[in-house]
Design a protein around this ligand. Structure first.
Ligand code: ZN
Length: 150
């Protein structure tokens, strides 16, 4: 008979967040190329090997559709999946505001970390304590900013 696992339990909050991140990583939303894209940007994060190709279809200043293709760590891919969920049907200025909140959260801003407009992305708040991984979380957002400003 195997001995019981005596390792300490994960804090409840962080394991919940971990589940949200893994769920997006394993079942990414809006993944795949977008037909009729009006904007496309490819970015990578050589520190970690993450790649994101972001495709947007913008009409007027509304993001009608957004999809991504990518590979890399769970943080970068989950961040991209969560981002596409939030951006669909938002305006470009709204999307850029969300990108600013996301960036603030990654700099450790507690107000941003509890802002409901960030949706599932709040699960990534803990990443702010790991400077090397912040680039992973922000990679899709940098692609977004490049796409709509570029
Ligand atoms: Zn990464």
């Amino acid at each position: 008979m195997r001995s019981l696992d005596t390792s300490p339990p994960e804090p409840r909050l962080s394991s919940l967040y971990q589940e949200v991140i893994l769920d997006h990583y394993r079942r990414p939303r809006n993944k795949g190329a977008l037909e009729n894209a009006t904007h496309a940007v490819s970015l990578n994060n050589p520190l970690c090997g993450d790649e994101i190709d972001l495709h947007l279809r913008v009409e007027g200043d509304v993001i009608k559709d957004v999809r991504f293709v990518g590979r890399g760590c769970s943080i970068s891919q989950a961040s991209a999946s969560m981002m596409t969920q939030l951006l669909k049907n938002s305006t470009v200025p709204q999307a850029l505001l969300i990108a600013e909140r996301m960036s603030a959260m990654m700099q450790g801003d507690d107000a941003a970390a509890t802002d409901k407009t960030l949706g599932d992305l709040r699960a990534l708040a803990g990443v702010s304590k790991f400077p090397v991984r912040i680039k992973c979380a922000l990679l899709p957002w940098n692609a977004l900013t490049d796409a709509v400003k570029g």
